[in-house]
Design a protein around this ligand. Sequence first.
Ligand code: ADP
Ligand code: ADP
Length: 226
Amino acid sequence: MAAIDIKGVGKTYAGNVNAVSDISIAIADGEFIVLVGPSGCGKSTLLRMVAGLETITDGTVSIGNRVVNQIEPAERDIAMVFQNYALYPHMSVYDNLAYGLRNRGTPKVEIDARVAEAARMLELQPYLERKPRALSGGQRQRVAMGRAIVRKPAAFLFDEPLSNLDAKLRVTMRGEIKQLQKRLGTTSIYVTHDQLEAMTLADRLVVLNGGRIEQIGAPLEVYHRP
Ligand code: ADP
Ligand code: ADP
């Protein structure tokens, strides 16, 4: 059974804007899917429907064996990573990482263990007491990833997480995400307009155009087609 099953999904915004039409993707457990395509092709709309940040007009989205169309974001077993980091500026790195777990009533020893593990993976140990403003862009993006990792969700949803970084750092962070992917094996959907990022990270690429699937396949299949 698919870890995430997107079936016949469509989105019509107010004013009859057809952003996404008839999308079906069965995402296997542990698979890393990258959504690519030109600006306005519907990548972000599709990701946000899976996340529960946008209502679904047509079709169904299932995570595990649950249809999540009507389920609040907080009830879906997912974690999202954004390009703007979405960190709490007044909290330390440690508190940023611990926040979601504390809200869920996770015991303190468990929080400490998970934060320590994420900090080790992301090389954030020296910065745990700092505020986000005292971090570099790359370090902030690592904290944003750390917040997703500590939750141990069934799936990660990435919305252009590297597009605010300079070109050199994008390459470094791309490699780090690849390492994390190997290590954690968490089912992921990753949105980008960067072709190299897509090629490096994807098990399967989904090329969208005008809100529909234009191509779907392994990176070499997709990019070597005439
Ligand atoms: P992408 O992420 O590929 O750039 P989007 O999903 O943001 O594409 O947008 C797909 C289409 O839906 C575009 O035509 C866009 O203008 C439209 N759209 C996106 N968000 C809204 C909205 N909130 N209301 C109306 N139209 C929207
Ligand atoms: P965290 O700080 O770890 O993101 P929160 O307590 O802020 O955790 O989030 C509670 C739930 O709401 C999470 O399980 C997540 O699924 C959802 N959620 C929070 N923020 C977002 C967001 N920006 N986009 C999508 N889902 C979100």
